[in-house]
Structures are given as C-alpha cells and as structure tokens.
Design a protein around this ligand. Sequence first.
Ligand code: FES
Length: 112
Amino acid sequence: MSEKDLQIKVIDQVGGTHELPALSGWRVMEIIRDHDLPIRAECGGSGACATCHVYVDAQFVSKLVPPDEDEQYMLDSVEGFDATRSRLSCQILMRDDLDGLVVTLAPGSEPS
Ligand code: FES
C-alpha cells in the first residue's frame, strides 16, 4: 500500500508562499525545516523553545488536536500570540485529513 501524497502550504516571514510535500506522521516543523525554509526550531521539536511558532489557517484550526498544557504554556509567552491560530509547529503531526494545511511562520521563528 502506498502512502498518500500530502502537501502543506507555508507562508514565510516575508510573505513568500511554499508548497511542500508532506508525509503522515511527520511533525510540521520537520517538514518546514527539511525543505530549508527559515524556521529556528532551536530545541529540535521538544516543545521547549517556541521558535517554531506558526499561525494555522482558520479553516484547519478545528481539525487539529488542541494544544496540551505544556504547549499552551509556551504559546502564552510567544511574540505575536494569537489565541485562535497560534501553534507550535513541532507539536502538529501531519495526518491524511490535514492535506493542504496552511501555516504562516510567526514573528520569532526566524533563524538568528
Ligand atoms: S522546535 Fe522548539 S518548541 Fe517547537
């Protein structure tokens, strides 16, 4: 059985749009990083830095597993926090029903 071809769309910090192939089970941060887009993600995905902060497009927000307590704690202190759309991209696991997911890299996610 072949895996379904998935895609995400990433809008970078200067408004550039990038359509990236994605695999189910991968963290959205890993997909962004592995395609050499500018994401700091300095803790490597352990949820401890918040430098992978993204805004999730409104149409996908309700499809995501809500942030757990630890993610919410980190989000509460990020630059540009948006109560509806802010997420840590390392905590979003790609799934088939998230095909076409759109995220925007948030302030503070730029590599230093
Ligand atoms: S990579 Fe550090 S919190 Fe996501």
